[in-house]
Design a protein around this ligand. Structure first.
Ligand SMILES: Nc1nc2c(ncn2[C@@H]2O[C@H](COP(=O)(O)OP(=O)(O)OP(=O)(O)O)[C@@H](O)[C@H]2O)c(=O)[nH]1
Ligand SMILES: [Mg+2]
Length: 503
């Protein structure tokens, strides 16, 4: 996938200037360019057993990460695209040990290197999904267990070190990511909020913020219990959660990760579907009893073999099984492909994929460009040859002058506001966040159906409002933020007008 326009321009800068630089400085600048061409790196963080590895498999479209026990889940594992499948165990001294995937196509349970020596596991896969996305699976954060640990409270209130909860390898993996998905499994409760606030302390260290982080409300199939439809509950709960967590994540997406994994990784076989069809043909009363609980489903006498039923539970759990059977009862002719499509859609995964591929990709362009420019500034300040320093600084300055790069400033100030470092009235905070996080003028201005002329006018009005706020009544910090927003809306109005005249 081609990099976004801002990163592409910084990559061009590296290319042009790079050739004129001295040896070591040139190498560093080319490193920045290489990193810019890598796909979006998404790190998955969250509690123990919250379903991180399950989600990783869904994102990759293959079941490669172990999801029950096993050594790997305790170690940072990076998944990236490669021309051949390959697992490299990377030692802390940088040396690598290559292993094949095991006979079921998964990361082997035994890595053959003592855990204390392992820095991370680097998995290259031929999966097409990874051409656009690098995924980093991290070990569970024990601090955020369902009952808030003393540790979580301590670093919430006293900013005590968090090393005991998150090891340095995880910090490294997470802070190298452009996007972080926090997986949690329960609806908002007072103590949950505290636990999630704990993520905030961690996230401060990881430079994660609501702009590059997304909440994933996983296992929503467990919400309503049994086979009941969780979605009428999950949607509103996720919205509540997003409101409570607005200083932590940009949105909360509800999902049934297990169904996402099973359908994305193509795990449901013809035999599984046949078993579901047999269950759908049972008398109503018998089916109701079977579907009343996991124990009854697995243990009760029934024409479908017990192993098949246990396998169905592992693939779909009770809700997925009930959902599939209900569709097969209503429509016995339902094609298997259609059944899988329905399961995929009810998993909530399409919305997550959409958020990652649209919102995060667009944002990540600016995040990456910003990251690269500050990297280049650092390289410039350490460059041994004065002419290299000057060359780099000039080039950076030229790029930053371009109006498009105002987005970097916008992200910076939005981050100050969303993390609470600078306070703004709620409505203004919302407007600024939309401006920083979206490319869609209708969404930013809350005028989804407006014509370009109206949008351009509204953007100009917003620009005037922000300027008025900046000069009257705002604190110096608020004023700085407001001036950046002012220019952002001014540029937006110009962009919309430009598009209108080209129609
Ligand atoms: N019912 C249900 N089970 C799920 C869902 N997502 C994951 N699971 C199950 O939850 C268990 C834990 O999932 P993992 O993906 O291993 O969780 P993890 O966060 O990687 O766990 P650790 O790495 O050990 O912290 C597995 O048995 C999954 O099958 C879901 O949406 N619904
Ligand atoms: Mg795991």
């Amino acid at each position: 996938m081609a990099p976004g326009p801002l990163s592409a321009r910084v990559a061009d800068l590296c290319q042009e200037v790079g050739h004129r630089l001295g040896g070591p400085t040139q190498g560093q600048v080319f490193d920045v360019r290489r990193r810019l061409s890598e796909p979006l790196r998404v790190a998955i963080a969250g509690r123990l057993k919250s379903g991180k590895s399950t989600l990783v498999n869904a994102l990759i479209g293959r079941r490669v990460a172990p999801t029950e026990v096993g050594e790997c889940t305790r170690i940072v594992t990076q998944f990236r695209y490669g021309t051949a499948d390959r697992v490299d165990v990377v030692r802390r001294d940088g040396s690598r040990v290559s292993l094949p995937l095991d006979e079921s196509g998964m990361i082997p349970q035994r890595l053959g290197v003592p855990r204390s020596e392992i820095s991370y596991v680097d998995v290259a896969l031929t999966s097409d999904h990874l051409r656009d996305l690098m995924v980093v699976d991290t070990p569970g954060l024990s601090s955020a267990n369902s009952v808030v640990s003393a540790g979580a409270r301590r670093f919430l209130f006293n900013e005590a070190p968090i090393d005991e909860d998150i090891d340095d390898d995880s910090v490294g993996a997470l802070s190298g990511a452009e996007a972080i998905v926090y997986v949690f499994t329960q609806s908002v409760r007072a103590d949950d909020v505290a636990a999630l606030e704990a993520f905030r302390s961690i996230s401060a260290r990881l430079s994660s913020n609501p702009i590059n982080s997304l909440g994933l409300f996983n296992k929503v199939d467990k919400l309503a219990g049994g086979t009941a439809d969780p979605w009428p509950v999950a949607g509103p709960l996720a919205a509540d959660q997003a409101a409570v967590l607005r200083r932590v994540v940009s949105d909360v997406v509800p999902i049934v990760g297990l169904l996402a994994e099973t359908t994305e990784a193509g795990r449901l076989t013809a035999a599984d579907c046949e078993a579901l069809r047999s269950l759908a043909r049972l008398p109503d009363g018998e089916r109701t009893v079977l579907l009343a609980s996991v124990d009854l489903f697995a243990g009760r006498e029934c024409p479908v073999a017990r192993e098949s039923r246990e396998r169905l539970l592992r693939l779909l759990d009770l809700y997925g099984i009930g959902f599939a059977i209900a569709h097969l009862v209503a429509n016995p002719q339902l094609a298997t492909s259609e059944l899988i499509r329905l399961l995929h859609s009810v998993s909530g995964f399409p919305r997550l994929r959409d958020t990652l591929t649209h919102a995060f990709r667009w944002r990540s362009d600016a995040i990456k460009a910003g990251w690269a420019l500050s990297g280049l500034e650092k390289i410039a300040s350490h460059a041994p040859r004065p002419q290299d320093r000057e060359l780099l600084r000039d080039a950076i300055e030229r790029v930053l002058q371009q109006p498009d790069y105002h987005r970097l400033r916008l992200l910076e100030v939005a981050q100050l506001v969303t993390t609470g470092a600078v306070d703004l009235p709620d409505q203004m905070e919302g407007e600024l966040t939309r401006l920083a996080l979206s490319n869609d003028p209708g969404f930013i201005l809350n005028l989804p159906a407006a014509a370009p002329e109206q949008l351009s006018r509204a953007a100009l009005e917003a620009a005037t409002r922000w300027r008025a706020y900046a000069v009257a009544g705002a604190s110096p910090a608020q004023s700085r933020v407001a001036l950046v927003a002012h220019r952002g809306f001014f540029l937006l109005s110009q962009r919309v007008r430009g598009q209108a005249t080209f129609r």
